[in-house]
Design a protein around this ligand. Structure first.
Ligand code: SF4
Length: 73
């Protein structure tokens, strides 16, 4: 488990992100992110507490980790 602050998490790529792209013909390729957030990687970053997989640390609520990044016991 790697604890990070929420603002740090939002700078990390989410391996489960799927970007939305507008194609040349106007069609839209769908995914689970909006790419128009102004960042170099579009909207493919971790969503932090807006994601159901985010686990906040009980001792430091502004810190947390991706629940999908830990090993199942
Ligand atoms: S907490 Fe959610 S948004 Fe963040 S890396 Fe994990 S799955 Fe992706």
């Amino acid at each position: 488990m790697n604890l990070v602050r929420e603002d740090q998490a939002r700078e990390k790529w989410c391996p489960f992100s799927l970007a939305v792209a507008r194609l040349e013909g106007g069609e839209v390729a769908t995914g689970n992110r909006n790419v128009d957030d102004g960042s170099p990687f579009g909207g493919t970053h971790c969503l932090g507490p807006k994601c159901m997989c985010w686990h906040a640390d009980i001792n430091s609520p502004d810190m947390g980790y991706c629940g999908l990044s830990v090993k199942a016991i």
